[in-house]
Design a protein around this ligand. Structure first.
Ligand code: GLN
Length: 453
């Protein structure tokens, strides 16, 4: 079939079904068809790669030239960037067809996709269920089979937790593996782009295209990109898997724990050895994250001042009024909460007590992993404490919502690569098996993910 036909069919499916999921903020029909025709031409000319002509969605946090990029916020409701993020450029260059921009929590802050200015996203596994967040639109679009793949970002779990709740494969690579250039910044020392796909094979194809050094991102790492597809079938005998005992405590229901343990037993059948390990500072991860991430967010979001771009209030009386009303109108509740917390944590009198302390905890957490990876090759455990929950369940209780990421945040603090893969079912809903790797060990994680699937 041609990419044009495939793209038309994809757009048709989105039109027919996305009313139910709300997984797209923008559908880019004309642009997609143009890209598809160019891809068909590349194929006839013999210039095609594995992604040429394949439709996919971008989380609406990736700047796409002349295509609306809202970050799920009223602040950027009318923002069409004048340039492409490096990720968007690389996928364009590979001939992939961007059919639209996926819904997300506002500025990627959330775990349920209920903070989007463009309305909540529904999990394809059941009406009234959240898809997880913040990349809930990307996850729902792939889970509903509207697109085979979507880009996403993970600052504290936003790729892995929606992957778990929607029964998908989510990959967050090592910090610095994929360029952050042109990705709207939330917490710059934690943000990492990655993918939501049905399986590890597709994740490897996407990562091959998205990864690599970028001089436009000062935290990008100049390191060779291996062919992630090449090692998918490798034998797993001798693989050393660690199960952190802290991840199987009170946060996890017995049914969830049993499902994860039974997934890990499959690895033993594949020749891996499994042992208990300890990550003694795990219980501090959420607390440290909710100082560091809001602190960085409060600085990053100061650029939205109503002057340069983004929402501007009507008839500002003076400069203060312009700032105050533009930001009050442009940002939602959760974003405001983060800005307030972050500004407080960074203020002169409290900096040492909160921000500096959180950074020290961060180092301890990173050290826990370094110690663990002296003994094991991969760490496995649950991705989230429970399967998909009901919309509205946690919206009145931000702290409870924050605990959704109790198992995912530590790898962001340490900068480690991590995945969530489908790990079975609890209450007829999918649960995720989390795989955490050592720095730049994406190939080994994908190999393990692939052999399980
Ligand atoms: N749920 C976490 C938060 O709200 C993580 C979000 C993310 O990874 N972007 O901050």
């Amino acid at each position: 079939t041609t990419s044009e036909a495939l793209t038309r069919e994809t757009l048709e499916r989105i039109r027919a079904h996305d009313g139910r999921y709300n997984s797209f903020i923008t559908v880019a029909e004309e642009r997609a068809l143009e890209q598809a025709r160019a891809a068909d031409k590349a194929r006839t000319d013999g210039r095609a790669g594995p992604l040429t002509g394949i439709p996919f969605a971008h989380k609406d946090i990736f700047c796409t030239e002349d295509l609306l990029t809202t970050c799920g916020s009223r602040m950027l409701e009318n923002f069409a960037p004048p340039y492409n993020s490096t990720v968007a450029q690389k996928l364009d260059d590979a001939g992939a067809v961007c059919v639209g921009k996926a819904n997300m929590d506002e500025f990627a802050m959330g775990s349920s996709n209920e903070t989007s200015y463009f309305g909540p996203v529904t999990n394809p596994w059941g009406d009234g269920l959240v898809p997880g967040g913040s990349s809930g639109g990307s996850a729902a679009a792939v889970a509903a089979r509207l697109v085979p793949a979507a880009t996403a970002t993970d600052t504290g779990g936003s790729i892995r937790q929606p992957a778990a709740l929607c029964g998908l494969t989510g990959l967050k690579p090592t910090y610095g593996r994929i360029s952050r250039y042109g990705i709207i910044a939330f917490a710059s020392s934690l943000d990492q782009a990655g993918t939501l796909t049905r399986d590890a094979r597709d994740a490897a194809l996407m990562l091959n295209t998205m990864a690599g050094f970028d001089p436009k991102d000062s935290t990008s790492l100049d390191r060779e990109v291996p062919d992630y597809s090449a090692s998918l079938e490798n034998d797993l005998s001798g693989l050393r898997i660690g199960l952190p005992k802290e991840y199987f405590s009170d946060e996890l229901s017995p049914a969830m724990a049993e499902q994860v343990r039974s997934a890990v037993r499959e690895y033993e059948k594949l020749g891996a050895t499994v042992k208990e390990i300890t990550l003694p500072h795990s219980h501090l991860a959420v607390a440290a994250y909710y100082v560091i991430a809001p602190a960085e967010a409060s600085a990053n979001l100061s650029r939205f001042d109503g002057v340069r771009y983004g929402h501007r209030c009507d008839n500002p009386q003076d400069l203060n009024d312009l700032y105050l009303r533009s930001r009050s109108e442009g940002f939602g509740e959760e974003v405001k909460r983060r800005i307030l917390v972050g500004t407080y944590a960074l203020s002169a009198g409290f900096f040492d007590a909160y921000y500096l302390k959180a950074q020290k905890v961060r180092r301890l957490i990173q050290q826990d992993f370094t110690n663990a990876f002296n003994e094991v090759d991969l760490i496995m455990g649950p991705t989230s404490p429970s399967p998909a929950f009901a919309q509205g369940d946690k919206t009145d209780d931000p702290i409870n919502m924050y605990l959704e990421d109790v198992f995912t945040i530590a790898s962001n603090l340490a900068g480690l690569p991590a995945m969530s893969i489908p790990g079975g079912m609890v209450n007829n809903l999918p649960v995720g098996l989390q795989i955490i790797g050592n720095y730049f060990d994406e190939a080994r994680m994908l190999n393990a993910a692939h052999r399980f699937q």
